[in-house]
Design a protein around this ligand. Structure first.
Ligand SMILES: [Zn+2]
Length: 276
């Protein structure tokens, strides 16, 4: 068996959580990451018949949702109550590798959560997002929840509505419409950890790779860590510019014609109704 601490997927988890902590997006136990693993890559590092513990499939409270499309799938996931700050120095306590059990009601721990821990309380929302994204893109493997500072600040002054929020972000930097031509989905404030917010997020994820949780943070998805992290980074950069402008009078802007010109030049399929 190869040393799991050297596995590329584990290194990706360490790098992304460290970066998000360093950027100030994930204070204390804020944020969580899940990464869909391939059996072929995992079996080089772990005996997949060796189940360390079986854990009920639930979030903060017991929730029932249909996870059947993910039965038998493997994920590496940040642990509940764990701090991104600590992942690098102790991955085996702060991360876990799990398989969705045959009954669809449990998860099987194969590695990690060394102190008796379990998956993030947002596990149901993560799984619902994976299911939604896999329908749109079979190569989707990552879901990240984070509290990026400027995106969150923008929530207090920009209407929480898909079109207005997306259009405002697009105008903040020329490359935005190329990076997220579909825009971003926006949810109102909702109670986190619940099945309701998971379902609402998954519904938005049918159309968007990034969903704003009003007055809370973001959920982002993608085929790999670079794409997913880069998406949050780009939205956060645009929100930073928005906040730096603040209430000063805008005398120059990226017009809808400019946005269309960029999108057409880079051949991206942007959401047309957002530029009406
Ligand atoms: Zn959160």
């Amino acid at each position: 068996m190869k040393n799991i601490l050297e596995a590329p997927f584990l290194q990706d988890m360490i790098e992304v959580t460290s970066n998000m902590y360093r950027l100030g997006w994930d204070e204390r136990n804020g944020g969580n990451v899940s990464y869909l693993l391939k059996e072929e890559e995992l079996k080089e590092y772990l005996d997949l018949n060796n189940i360390v513990r079986t854990i009920p499939l639930m979030g903060l409270y017991d929730t029932n949702f249909d996870i059947s499309p993910l039965i038998g799938k493997y994920f590496i996931v940040t642990g509940t109550g764990k701090y991104f700050k600590n992942v690098k120095k102790d991955p085996e306590t702060n991360l876990g590798i799990v398989r969705i059990a045959e009954d669809g009601k449990h998860i099987e721990l194969l590695w990690g959560y060394k102190d008796g821990g379990r998956t993030t309380s947002e596990f149901p929302a993560h799984m619902m997002c994976h299911m939604a994204r896999l329908k749109v893109d079979p190569n989707n493997r990552i879901v990240i929840h984070s509290h990026p500072t400027n995106t969150l600040a923008m929530n207090y002054v920009c209407p929480l509505e898909d079109k207005i929020f997306s259009h405002t972000l697009w105008q903040m930097s020329t490359e935005c419409i190329v990076v997220f031509p579909e825009g971003v989905g926006v949810l109102p404030w909702m109670l986190c950890g619940t099945k309701e917010i998971g379902e609402a997020t998954a519904k938005k994820m049918q159309d968007y790779r990034l969903v704003i949780w009003g007055l809370h943070g973001v959920y982002a998805s993608g085929k790999d860590m670079d794409e997913t992290f880069g998406l949050i980074e780009t939205v956060e950069k645009a929100a930073t510019i928005y906040n730096l402008i603040g209430s000063r009078k805008i005398i120059n802007t990226i017009t809808n014609d400019n946005l269309k010109e960029i999108a057409n030049y880079f051949k991206v399929n942007y959401r047309k109704e957002f530029l009406d």
